[in-house]
Ligand binder design. Structure first.
Ligand SMILES: [Zn+2]
Length: 548
């Protein structure tokens, strides 16, 4: 029994995973796999027909660097990312996600991307990323490595992640694994048949850890590599995951996160995730956001030196959204100097090869029918991948409307918020002088709102977490909260709900830190006289007349 009817995509341009087929082709799908690629004759009687004229069919995309969030495989699939390679998550998140992926593969429930995981990564006691994932089993030295790898294999890991980072790239001082321990981890992982990916952030660290025999670097270095360092890394045969998308964690000069100003991805983003990004735009930022120039330079230099470079996003870092951000990663690779074809290879056949996923990353008979159909030709213009028409995983079509507004989406967003709160708390504990959000109260103790440090100054926020005014100086933001923090509560606000893009005037009846009770001003709208509670995740709200 197949979970889908056989179908043929006709007259379509094909990107095979390594290049574009010159003439248009016909691709037949049956039982979750590609049955044939060729002339119109591949179509069988009874096949459903998908007209591919003017479009390009690609193997489903592979994001080679993610960290799992509940429901992420469903979200990734809606953007044509059909395999995610997890680079550090804990079993409490992995297990339910893996079960849901298995159900999807049996044809049950929403269609999800496939998933491979490292489970917990190997790091020194207190090492990166303790802040986000503690408590963790640590690796204290070579004597722990056999046990550590054994435990990860028992958790279902198919690759090992290890961390080599003493914080020197970010001027911190954090404990790191040493070279003998990394060598022991590599030996142990390889004896279990695991691929080894190493987190490293500096050019000199990349050389050191590549020489330990790891298979992959989880990031291209963030500081500029010398020619010698590039060839030293290349000589080892290590592959590199670019993660150029990390740059999307910083808002542009207009204060907008890059993903939100990228049509058509922005329109396709589920409204709740759009709000997550908007909130992230007002988190703490360095006064001078990085420009990513060295990161991009290194990625291209490594590629030109023959290093196999993979596309990976490091989602859910700030500013990134599962699936959507891989399209930005492709764009970043092209901006760094990759041809569109090389960028697409980095997100299809190459990661499949390196991770031993022999059944995907290509369009050929026998491969999984993990497919992405887009308008236009992404081998000519990489942004064409963003204009996606259809996605299939194991031949089942993805329903793009099933995820936005769902319970699984909410679970993912709550998880993300808790994880962010945990990291912020750890930062506050570690660096008491670090600029963090501050509550502002009146002399009698009445809370007026909060100040959030951000790029270029401070953003005043109301007690219900809506921005008041624009980014300004610390003193001006405090003055604004004193003047308007409470009076704004009795003013009209403009509100937009999850399923309606129109702004409507409303009065606030009651406010809490996470939800508000509001009453629409338009008396024609059917509503309870006392108004209605809304979760702040489910609405946009502003007290300036909205322009869009
Ligand atoms: Zn990562």
């Amino acid at each position: 029994m197949s979970a889908h009817e056989p179908f043929t995509i006709s007259d379509v341009r094909v990107f095979t995973g390594s290049g574009r087929v010159p003439a248009s082709a016909h691709v037949r799908v049956e039982d979750g796999h590609i049955a044939a690629v060729g002339e119109a004759t591949v179509r069988r009687p009874g096949d459903a027909l998908v007209d591919g004229q003017g479009m390009t069919l690609l193997p489903g995309l592979i994001d080679a660097h993610v960290h799992l969030v509940p429901g992420c495989t469903q979200l990734a699939a809606t953007f044509g990312v059909t395999t995610v390679l997890d680079m550090f998550s804990k079993p409490e998140v992995i297990d339910p996600e893996r079960a849901a992926v298995a159900a999807s593969a049996r044809g049950e429930g929403p269609v999800r991307a496939d998933l491979r995981t490292s489970s917990i990564g190997a790091t020194a006691p207190g090492g990166h990323p303790t802040m986000a994932y503690s408590p963790l089993p640590y690796v204290t030295g070579p004597q722990d490595t056999g046990r550590f790898v054994h435990d990860r294999v028992a958790e279902g890991a198919t690759h090992l992640k290890l961390i080599y980072d003493d914080g020197s790239g970010t001027m911190l001082n954090i404990p790191s694994l040493d070279v003998p321990t990394i060598e022991a981890l590599v030996a142990s992982a390889h004896s279990h048949g695991l691929t080894v990916a190493a987190h490293v952030s500096t050019a000199s660290g990349a050389v050191t850890v590549a020489r330990c025999g790891v298979d992959l670097l989880a990031h291209a270095p963030f500081d500029r590599m010398s020619d010698t360092q590039v060839s030293e890394v290349a000589e080892t045969g290590v592959a590199v995951i670019a993660t150029l998308s990390i740059l999307d964690g910083f808002p542009g000069p207009d204060g907008v996160m890059p993903l939100l100003s990228q049509p058509p991805l922005a329109q396709r983003l589920p409204p709740r995730w759009r709000r997550v990004l908007q909130r992230q735009a007002t988190r703490w930022m360095p006064p001078e956001p990085p420009d990513g120039a060295a990161h991009g330079y290194n990625t291209l230099a490594l590629h030109e030196a023959g290093v196999r470079v993979l596309a990976g996003t490091d989602v859910p870092n700030p500013g990134l959204v599962f699936g959507a951000s891989l399209h930005r990663e492709l764009q970043h690779l092209v901006r760094a100097g990759f041809t569109p074809t090389d960028a697409l290879v980095a997100a299809t056949s190459l990661p499949a090869q390196i991770f031993g996923l022999v059944d995907r990353g290509v369009i050929q008979a026998g491969a999984r029918a993990d497919l992405l159909l887009v308008q236009g030709d992404p081998t000519a213009d990489i942004t064409a991948t963003q204009d996606l028409t259809s996605v299939w995983v194991l031949g089942r079509p993805v329903d793009g409307d099933a995820y936005p507004g769902s319970a699984v989406e909410r679970e993912g967003i709550v998880w993300q918020k808790q994880s962010t709160a945990k990291i912020v708390k750890a930062i506050e504990d570690l660096w008491p002088d670090f600029p963090t959000p501050q509550d502002v109260a009146r002399e009698d103790g009445e809370l007026l709102g909060r100040l959030v440090p951000t790029t270029g100054g401070w953003q005043a926020m109301t007690t219900f977490n809506a921005p008041l005014g624009t980014v300004t100086t610390h003193d001006a933001a405090i003055a604004l909260l004193h003047a308007r923090g409470l009076t704004c509560l009795v003013e009209p606000w403009w509100v937009r709900t999850l399923d309606d893009s129109a702004w409507r005037e409303a009065e606030l009846v009651e406010v809490g830190p996470d939800r508000i009770r509001l009453r629409w001003m338009d008396r024609m709208i059917d509503q309870p006289p006392s108004g209605q509670w809304f979760d702040l995740d489910d609405i946009d709200l502003t007290n300036e007349v909205p322009t869009s």
